[in-house]
Design a protein around this ligand. Structure first.
Ligand SMILES: NC(=O)c1ccc[n+]([C@@H]2O[C@H](COP(=O)([O-])OP(=O)(O)OC[C@H]3O[C@@H](n4cnc5c(N)ncnc54)[C@H](OP(=O)(O)O)[C@@H]3O)[C@@H](O)[C@H]2O)c1
Length: 301
C-alpha cells in the first residue's frame, strides 16, 4: 500500500497552519504545502485541502478536479451546491460512503451550533432555534487576529476591535440577516436535512483570539428529558461546568454547559457552548473527513 499524496493550498493561513500541525502530530504522512498565488497542479493528489478564500477555492476546484482523488474545501464556495456534501463526520459522516470527489467543510459557527443540536434533534425533533454567537477574531483569518492583537491597519472590521463588541457585518438591508448569519441558517438546515427549519441567529464579534461561543435556545416537539445524558454520550462534545473560549481553545471537543430548561416552554432548552473554530470549526473537521475517507479507500491506494 502506498502513502497517499496530500496537498494543502493556503498553507500559510491560520486554517492551513492548523491542518499541517494536525497531520504532523497525528499521521506519518508528508504534506505538500501549496500556495494559491503560484498554483500550478503539476502532480496528481489523492487528497487536496483548500484553505483559501472562496473565489480562490472556486478557481482551484475547476483547475484541479480532473487530477485529484478528493478535494476537501474549507471555504464557503461549494457549500450551497446541492450536489456537494457538507460534512460534519459525527453528524452526517455516512455521506462519505459514496466517496465524493468534492466535499465542503461547514462554516465554523454552524459546526459549533450543530454538534450539540444534531443528537438532540434525532431524539426530540427541533421545532425552532434562536441563537447568538460570540465570535473570535481569528475567525476572520490572519488579518483579523492581527487587528485584534496589534490594532494594525488595514482594518478589515467596521469598528475598532480591541475592548469592543460589534455585529459580525452589516446586513444588506434592515430586515435581512448578514452573510455569516445566512451561512449558519442555510448550512444548519442542509446538514440536518430540514430545509424549512425556523432559525433566528445574531452573529457578534468579541475581542477573543480564538474559539467561538454560542448562546442557544432550542424548542423541540417533545420535552427533552434526557438532554444532559445525550450530550454527555455524544462524540465531539465535552461537559464543562463553565465553558469559556479560553478553556475551549486548542481542544478537539466543543465544550457545553449551563444547560437549563426554558422557563417559558417545557419543550425548550437553553445551552451555552464554546468551541475552537480553527479546530472543530475548520481544520480538525476537514482532517476527520480525510481520516474517515482514507480508512474507507485504504485498500485502493
Ligand atoms: N479562520 C477560521 O476560523 C475559519 C473557519 C472555517 C472556515 N474558514 C475558511 O477557511 C479559509 C481559510 O481561512 P483562514 O482563516 O486560514 O484565512 P487566512 O489566515 O487569511 O489565510 C488565507 C490563505 O489563503 C491565501 N490567500 C489569501 N488571499 C489570496 C489571494 N488573493 N490569492 C491567493 N491566495 C490567497 C493566503 O495566502 P498568503 O499567505 O500568500 O496571503 C493564505 O494562505 C477561508 O475560506 C475561510 O472562510 C476559516
Amino acid at each position: 500500500m502506498r502513502e497517499p499524496a496530500i496537498g494543502v493550498v493556503g498553507a500559510t493561513g491560520l486554517v492551513g497552519q492548523e491542518l499541517l500541525e494536525l497531520f504532523e502530530k497525528r499521521t506519518p504522512f508528508t504534506i505538500d504545502k501549496l500556495s494559491a498565488r503560484t498554483f500550478a497542479l503539476d502532480k496528481s493528489y489523492d487528497f487536496l485541502f483548500l484553505a483559501t478564500p472562496s473565489p480562490i477555492s472556486k478557481e482551484i476546484v475547476s483547475l484541479a478536479k480532473e487530477k485529484t482523488g478528493c478535494i476537501i474545501d474549507l471555504s464557503s464556495a461549494h457549500r450551497n451546491d446541492p450536489t456537494v456534501p457538507l460534512i460534519i463526520p459525527e453528524i452526517n459522516g455516512y455521506l462519505l460512503e459514496k466517496n465524493p470527489a468534492l466535499i465542503a467543510s461547514p462554516n465554523c459557527t454552524a459546526t459549533i451550533l450543530l454538534l450539540p443540536l444534531a443528537p438532540l434533534h434525532r431524539l426530540y425533533t427541533i421545532k425552532k432555534i434562536i441563537a447568538s454567537s460570540y465570535q473570535a477574531a481569528s475567525g476572520a483569518g490572519a488579518l483579523g487576529l492581527k487587528e485584534l492583537l496589534h490594532n494594525e491597519p488595514p482594518s478589515i472590521f467596521p469598528h475598532p476591535y480591541a475592548y469592543n463588541v460589534f455585529l459580525h457585518e452589516s446586513p444588506r438591508s434592515q430586515d435581512n440577516f448578514c452573510e455569516e448569519e445566512e451561512k449558519v441558517i442555510f448550512e444548519t438546515r442542509k446538514i440536518l436535512e430540514e430545509p424549512r427549519l425556523p432559525i433566528n441567529i445574531r452573529c457578534v464579534r468579541v475581542p477573543v483570539e480564538r474559539a467561538h461561543s454560542l448562546s442557544i435556545n432550542v424548542i423541540f416537539e417533545r420535552p427533552p428529558k434526557e438532554a444532559a445524558r445525550i450530550l454527555e454520550e455524544s462524540s465531539g462534545l465535552l461537559y464543562h461546568p463553565s465553558p469559556t473560549p479560553r478553556y475551549a481553545e486548542k481542544r478537539d471537543e466543543v465544550l457545553w454547559g449551563s444547560l437549563r430548561q426554558d422557563s417559558t416552554d417545557p419543550c425548550g432548552l437553553d445551552l451555552w457552548v464554546c468551541g475552537d473554530q480553527l479546530l472543530k470549526g475548520a481544520a480538525l473537521n476537514a482532517f476527520q473527513i480525510f481520516d474517515k475517507l482514507s480508512s474507507q479507500i485504504k485498500t485502493c491506494l
